[in-house]
Design a protein around this ligand. Structure first.
Ligand code: ZN
Length: 403
């Protein structure tokens, strides 16, 4: 008898073997195997038909996992570099091979790319709203722990400055970041005692950020914290839930004013609890940093689809999709031109600048043929593009399709 699972997670073996798939792909494979058609050569592309909530761009991440998923299979993979800002209808990845060799991996490929891309895109939007101020990702409590490192990675790649998750931070070679939970004050029954002990016990490199909304008003506790820890206090964190908060902007203004008039100008103010890009934007001039969880961990979905666009070298597609493989050329102002695969473009049709092809080969017959950048490098790439999106207002430019 099959043992009842203790954790409902697909492990690496189940994913890599193709067991973590939808049954209809197994059925399709069986039928094609039956008439020896599994070797049919196809080209499949991953792209989005459209973004949620009027988004004009998204941040492509999750590629590294897909590379390791397909490594060793007799397929070629081309993709935009991880951390590329892309637009709807642009191919972000291209797989060439016998359909029978990779078809069953469609749900795993899309799941990895969609989830990661959705998280990274939201993280990028929040980071843009924060206007250069730190955004810390505190969101692993919203998701199953089995995938918390993946979500930490996606949030970090999208632009978050740090993550609170320990397992994720270890995998990313980062220091996990955090302050103190309400539980510490509640267990000790005294907020001043909690802050003092935090200062005594924590190593010097941990910033002293006191959580100031456990028992009393934020303004009262913020001043108490500053008087308790003096110059050692780096900042205060307000984590007031939206149900209690009223006008958070007014509360932050009150806390800032109170700290300032008592000579505690050095004390920074951090806000967390139910934030998204809208309220980050509303507070950004008053606040020194943000802790963001649910809105990034549970973002609107950037839907990605995997569609066959060529069979035995001939263009074809289902309805609503442009047949034939495509390449995306981009200039330094982030203007994109989409052309049939194999056609070479040298100049941007919008600004005349030089262009580069975005889809580059990552796997050749299952062998990794390009360097996989580390998380820091990918994040820098994202931040560089976000800056351009703002300064050149390039977000307005949809891709130009030249057939
Ligand atoms: Zn251009």
């Amino acid at each position: 008898m099959r043992r009842k699972p203790r954790l409902y997670i697909a492990d690496e073996r189940a994913i890599k073997s193709g067991e973590a798939t939808d049954v209809y792909f197994l059925r399709a494979k069986k039928i094609l195997d039956n008439i020896s058609a599994s070797a049919t050569r196809v080209v499949a592309e991953v792209h989005s038909y459209g973004f949620p909530n009027g988004y004009e761009w998204a941040v492509f991440t999750g590629l590294e996992e897909v590379v390791y998923l397909l490594e060793g299979l007799p397929v070629d993979l081309y993709a935009m570099p991880e951390g590329t800002v892309f637009r709807a209808m642009e191919p972000v990845a291209r797989i060439e091979g016998a359909y029978g060799d990779f078809g069953v991996f469609e749900p795993a490929i899309l799941g990895m790319l969609r989830h990661s891309t959705s998280v990274s895109t939201k993280a990028a939007r929040v980071k843009l709203a924060a206007n250069g101020k730190p955004v810390l990702f505190f969101g692993i409590r919203c998701i199953h722990p089995a995938i918390s490192p993946m979500v930490d990675r996606a949030a970090y790649l999208g632009g978050c400055d740090a993550v609170s998750g320990v397992a994720g931070a270890v995998m990313l070679e980062l220091e996990p970041t955090g302050t103190m939970p309400h539980a510490l004050m509640l267990v000790l029954g005294d907020e001043k005692k909690a802050w003092k002990l935090f200062h005594e016990v924590m190593p010097e490199n941990v910033p002293r950020i006191a959580l100031v909304d456990t028992f009393y008003d934020e303004r009262v506790e913020a001043l108490e914290a500053a008087e308790t820890l003096g110059k050692n206090l780096y900042g205060v964190r307000l984590d007031t839930p939206s149900s209690r908060r009223g006008n958070i902007r007014k509360i932050v203004q009150e806390v800032r004013w109170t700290l300032d008039i008592h000579g505690h100008r050095h004390v920074k103010i951090f806000v967390s609890g139910g934030l998204d890009e809208k309220n980050v934007m509303e507070l950004v001039d008053l606040v020194d940093g943000f802790g963001v969880g649910t809105s990034i961990a549970f973002p609107p979905s950037i839907d990605l689809a995997l569609d066959i666009v060529e069979k035995n070298g001939k263009p074809l597609s289902k309805r609503g999709k442009l047949p034939g493989g495509k390449q995306v050329y981009r200039c330094e102002n982030l203007h994109d031109t989409v052309v049939p695969w194999g056609r070479v473009v040298e100049r941007c049709g919008v600004c005349g600048g030089r262009v580069e092809p975005l889809l580059k080969q990552v796997l050749s017959r299952g062998e990794i043929v390009s360097d996989l950048p580390d998380a820091k490098e990918i994040r820098e790439r994202v931040l560089g593009q976000l800056e351009k999106l703002v300064s050149a207002d390039a977000s307005r430019w949809g891709p130009v399709f030249i057939g």
